[in-house]
Design a protein around this ligand. Structure first.
Ligand SMILES: [Zn+2]
Length: 192
């Protein structure tokens, strides 16, 4: 393998190490998936890690998928329509994760498991039970027991999402009430 090929293979997640000294200056050590997840700065980074860890764990990869961010109903994390090449992440959920430091800490692991679920559908797994089982295997292989991703999958996404949205709703009620308190009734026409 020449250097160019070696770097490309590293970037595809096929090889753990690169010998190129210039690239090695920036990556003084090979990062574990959990360290990489912490360093992810956006949903695109996380999606790359989903593809990389899936490939390493079950040896499957699908190219040519496009990730969209769209307003979906609140209780849907993301969606993929079988046969399409799109995964749609819910903007509502992404925004909800920015509302407190506590939720922000869970954001990357949560987005990871949401995208992983849809990615497995996109790989052709149609049954929910299969997706859940394989997703769990991938997080166990990549992050291990006790990691947030593994814990989220153990509890089930259907229990995690409503809790996040509930927390967001409670918080968003506070400023709303403040506005009502300062409301000038005299300027309002009487409504029976
Ligand atoms: Zn599903």
């Amino acid at each position: 393998m020449d250097k160019k090929e070696e770097i490309a293979s590293y970037q595809r997640g096929e090889s753990d190490t690169i010998m190129d000294s210039f690239t090695m200056r920036d990556k003084t050590k090979v990062l574990a998936p959990s360290e990489k997840l912490e360093l992810c700065e956006n949903i695109g980074d996380i999606f790359e890690l989903v593809k990389e860890t899936t490939d390493r764990s079950i040896g499957q990869r699908r190219a040519g998928l496009t990730l969209y961010i769209l307003d979906l109903p609140p209780y849907i994390g993301a969606m993929h329509q079988i046969g399409s090449n799109a995964i749609i992440m819910n903007r509502f959920v992404l925004d909800a994760l920015k509302t407190s430091d506590e939720l922000r800490k869970d954001a990357n692991p949560l987005i990871y498991v949401i995208l992983l679920h849809e990615y497995l559908h996109a790989l052709g797994y149609a049954e929910e039970a299969d997706v859940r089982m394989i997703a769990y295997k991938i997080t166990m292989d990549s992050f291990g027991e006790g990691h947030k991703t593994t814990e989220f999958l153990k509890k089930g996404l259907s229990t995690i999402l409503p809790r996040i949205l509930e927390a967001t709703e409670k918080r968003s009620k506070t400023p709303y009430l403040e506005i009502v308190k300062d409301f000038d009734r005299s300027s309002m026409p009487y409504i029976a």
